[in-house]
Design a protein around this ligand. Sequence first.
Ligand code: 13P
Length: 257
Amino acid sequence: MSQDSNKKRTPLAAGNWKMNGLKESIAEIAALDGLIENNLPASCEILICPPFTLIMSFQHILRDTKITVGAQDCHWQEGGAHTGDISAIMLADAGCEYVIVGHSERRSDHHEDNGTVMKKAEAVINAGMKAIICVGESEKEREAGATLRIIENQLKNSTSKAMSSENTVIAYEPVWAIGTGKTASVKDVEEVHNFIRMLLNERFGEDGEGFRILYGGSVKPANAESLMSASNVDGALVGGASLKADDFNGIIDAYRK
Ligand code: 13P
């Protein structure tokens, strides 16, 4: 495994709760905070993105802890007649520091294209938060040998010159690895992450090296260490395993040495 300069970037362990969580989940997040306080310090940032309904209560519980709160999506406009939508400034007002945009489930369930994802990411940045922009190929695209072409297209068209390593994180999530228990091999992950790094360097010059590139797709305590030590992997975007304090803490263990 090539050891690149990724250790200069502060890794991010991010939990995406998706459409899961009720008031009773506040106990789970308090348990996670306890585990983080009572274990060795981790050399990563820790983020939880609950559903909108839990953002304010999580923010209340997690104030002054090592866990930050984010959201899973937003509208690109600041406000107005958009029934059912939430704007980036509302999320910043609720205490969010990050917003995930362009998750494959949003791209497929809500037909979000790269242009929409870019507008959302810009809204997040304009509201003073950081955007986590997701990219990833489907199983069909991987089998057709189109992975890198798909990633390049998504990355180029979902990012804009307004973005920098300070306000934007990239998450590579192969769609076929999400919620399936199938994880990409370390070799496949490195191939895509190294490719994303090259594209970021091309587009953002020197600052390209500063962007964090997260891996997501069936990350578990058992595979976190090998995935997180791979070249150009600067953290994880975790779905299912972030719902349980023990499991998410087990993933964070990859950053306790
Ligand atoms: P799983 O960890 O459940 O595979 O989900 C990954 C994901 O989609 C995180 O955004």
